[in-house]
Design a protein. Structure first.
Length: 389
């Protein structure tokens, strides 16, 4: 009998301990749940575009895939390479660059060295070249008042074969492969396409795009990163986009991608004069007033394009982007015309993705065959090679 009360107290004490343990575990679980749901949010790396409040910039789809990359280049001293005012430059590799300068085509097989650039082609008469596209080191197409194709760009004049005279001057061209070239025709405001660029004049077909007008929506530059995507840009912030470039007028869709232009006073603020697309998920275009327009979905319509500016900078024509979404371009300060180089790492992330550094000369054209090497041509005909640092 005397032991009964003790047993009762022991049983009561065990129950209390059990209740306390259960309560403690429950409290810990609730605390962990609250900490998970109410903890600090991850910091966003997306920069909001100052002029694109309706279309916020997307998070870069390539930022997690790109290895550590430099934000600047060390540029070689300027050396004379071509005549003044080059109109186009393309470097399909670090061992081949082709430049259009007036009536001549210049070629270098050693742009990083001291070997001189050579005049590979100088057609008779006053026939200027305005654009070049070389998808590989063994295939180049140069256009302007004429069309010339070469399977050996550094092989001398005989290696370049005339494909006839276009309806009007061709101002831009993009060839994603040896089986497709698309050029902008300045006359009937259309496109000249060919699925067989070496097939002579008959292999080039004219597509007149409805609604094209010199003062309103004429195209000025084109980029075709693949045979199933081409984007042409021009006046009044309009782009023509196609996933079937040889499919005729109905295969092209008119899209307003730059409604207002940049922040620098300009007579034609939203005239887009240059574009470069890498793959099907990245395009960047620039207008005449400092505006930069980017997208990760070129066929997504107006809302998929995003406009921002680099304050005080006016990009020059001829932006070039490598496969790693690193873009390089020349720029000037309008008030002083001081030259600069702009380098953007994942430009989808907005203004903060760009770094700006002084340049020896005003850059007219630039081409980056790799993320670590860029070649620039300046107004005075000098060349500089930038090496990633």
């Amino acid at each position: 009998m005397e032991n009964s009360p003790k047993r009762t107290r022991v049983l009561i004490g065990s129950g209390a301990v059990l209740v306390l343990v259960v309560a403690l575990v429950t409290a810990l679980l609730v605390t962990a749940r609250d900490h998970t749901s109410k903890g600090p949010k991850p910091i966003s790396t997306t920069t909001t575009a100052p002029k694109s409040t309706t279309n916020p910039l997307p998070t870069s789809t390539t930022s997690t895939k790109v290895p550590p990359t430099p934000t600047a280049y060390t540029w070689s001293a300027p050396t004379k390479a071509t005549q003044v005012n080059p109109s186009a430059l393309t470097c399909p590799s670090v061992s081949l660059c082709v430049a259009a300068v007036g009536n001549d085509l210049f070629v270098s097989t050693d742009p990083r060295g001291v070997s001189p650039w050579k005049v590979e082609l100088a057609p008779p008469g006053n026939h200027g070249f305005s654009a070049i596209s070389c998808p590989t080191v063994s295939f180049c197409v140069a256009v302007g008042d004429l069309i010339y194709v070469s399977r050996d760009p550094a092989g001398g004049p005989k290696a370049w074969v005339s494909q006839g005279v276009p309806p009007q001057t061709l101002t831009s061209i993009s060839c994603p492969s040896v089986t497709l070239c698309v050029a902008i025709d300045s006359g009937p405001y259309g496109l000249l396409t060919s699925a067989s660029p070496t097939g002579g004049a008959k292999a080039w077909k004219l597509t007149v795009i409805p609604g094209q007008n010199y003062y309103l929506t004429s195209m000025m530059a084109i980029s075709c990163p693949t045979v199933s995507l081409c984007v042409a840009v021009g006046n009044n912030g309009v782009a023509e986009v196609s996933t079937n470039p040889t499919g005729g007028p109905k295969a092209w869709t008119k899209t307003l991608i730059d409604p207002t232009g940049g922040d620098i006073k300009s007579e034609y603020p939203n005239t887009l004069s240059t574009i470069d697309c890498v793959g099907t998920n990245f395009c960047i275009a620039e207008d005449g007033s400092g505006g930069i327009v980017v997208t990760s979905d070129p066929t997504g319509g107006p809302s998929a394009w995003h406009l921002y500016t680099i304050p005080g900078m006016r990009p020059t024509e001829g932006i070039s982007c490598s496969a790693s979404s690193i873009c390089v371009n020349g720029a000037t300060v309008p008030a002083s015309f001081s030259p600069f180089v702009m380098v953007g790492v994942n430009p989808l992330n907005g203004p903060s993705s760009w770094s700006v550094s002084p340049s020896a000369n005003v850059i007219d054209a630039v081409s980056c065959p790799t993320a670590s090497t860029c070649v620039s041509l300046s107004q005075d005909g000098t060349v500089q090679v930038g090496t990633a640092s």
